[in-house]
Design a protein. Structure first.
Length: 330
């Protein structure tokens, strides 16, 4: 094992995720080793604390061979995915860990990265399960710096559309209007990634099948290992899982497209109504201005007529006064 691999494993075993995983140990247990995480036994016992009645069973305590370790980790992964989908109502979008890499017990960076994802998924279940208060209290009792880092991990796996897709987001009206475009773009990104993963897995399955065929026919010039059939079996399972997630995402994208089309039509109608109302408003304003002008002109005419009437009345008074004066003089 290279010095860089030793460093990667050593650093990981001191990480906040592993510190949290160690809280599941009995006090009298010995130091937790990286191999104990990779064989599936310790992690399965962690899982039983979160979900005491998992739907998938059959964990083997004898983990000396690769096939058993793969089977153990596969059972754990199936329980995790079932918990997210059936209990939490969440679809995993984050790439699930490569259990074959973990089961091979390679103390290298790629293996450490896969284990980090596995523990992250379990952490997300722990803080959302029925015993979440218990697990949150345990986290609060840990070192403050570790608490902050674990909170960052929790935020990464809960209510994060880049990692999971909650059932509420399946209904477009439930998504805030300002987030709809962002969520749609994320769906498209996830869809592209899943299509790419599906193609890569299909190619790997074909290559594994060809290697197996060459081996069984005796024409292979390579020295096949005992893990070939396991690789193929695991890849087929992983491919089926990716296809299922791809179908779900395609259906969701189609539903979102229909919703967006309906919203666009409603928006166009709203714009047309707004333009019509604006035009009517302008016409009403113009009519109001015209009416005011007419009222002003009427007031002026009334004032002029009143003045004329007063002048006529004064003239008549003057005339009568003059007549009366003339009569008196006569």
């Amino acid at each position: 094992m290279s010095s860089s691999a030793v460093s990667a494993v050593g650093t990981f075993m001191k990480s906040p995720l592993v510190s949290w995983a160690k809280t599941f140990q009995d006090e009298e247990k010995k130091i937790l080793e990286y191999r104990c995480l990779c064989d599936g036994l310790f992690i399965y016992n962690m899982w039983l604390e979160i979900d005491p009645h998992p739907p998938y069973h059959g964990i083997s305590s004898s983990t000396d061979d690769l096939a058993t370790r793969v089977r153990n980790l596969d059972i754990i992964l199936h329980n995790i995915k079932a918990f997210y989908e059936e209990v939490l109502g969440q679809l995993l979008l984050i790439k699930v860990p490569d259990i074959l890499t973990l089961a091979k017990l390679h103390d290298e960076q790629s293996s450490v990265g896969e284990m980090e994802i596995l523990l992250l998924l379990i952490l997300g279940c722990a803080v959302q399960c029925e015993r979440k208060e218990h697990f949150i209290e345990i986290i609060k009792s840990m070192d403050l710096e570790i608490q902050h880092k674990i909170v960052d991990y929790i935020q990464k796996i809960t209510d994060n559309p880049e990692s999971i897709w909650i059932s509420e987001w399946n209904e477009l009206p439930l998504v805030p209007p300002e987030d709809q475009e962002h969520m749609y773009n994320l769906l498209v990104q996830h869809l592209r990634r899943l299509v790419k993963e599906k193609d890569e897995l299909s190619q790997r399955v074909i290559q594994s099948a060809l290697q197996n065929l060459c081996f069984t026919s005796g024409t292979s010039t390579l020295s096949p290992t005992s893990s070939t059939s396991i690789d193929k079996s695991h890849l087929i399972v992983e491919l089926a899982d990716v296809k299922a997630r791809l179908r779900k995402l395609q259906q969701e994208v189609e539903e979102k497209n229909e919703g967006i089309t309906e919203l666009k039509e409603e928006l166009e109608k709203s714009k047309e109504s707004q333009c019509k109302l604006r035009q009517e408003n302008l016409e009403l304003i113009q009519d109001a201005l015209t009416a005011k002008t007419y009222r002003d002109e009427i007031d002026i005419l009334k004032e002029r007529e009143t003045m004329k009437d007063m002048e006529d009345y004064v003239w008549k008074l003057d005339l009568n006064s003059w007549k009366n004066k003339a009569a008196l003089e006569n």
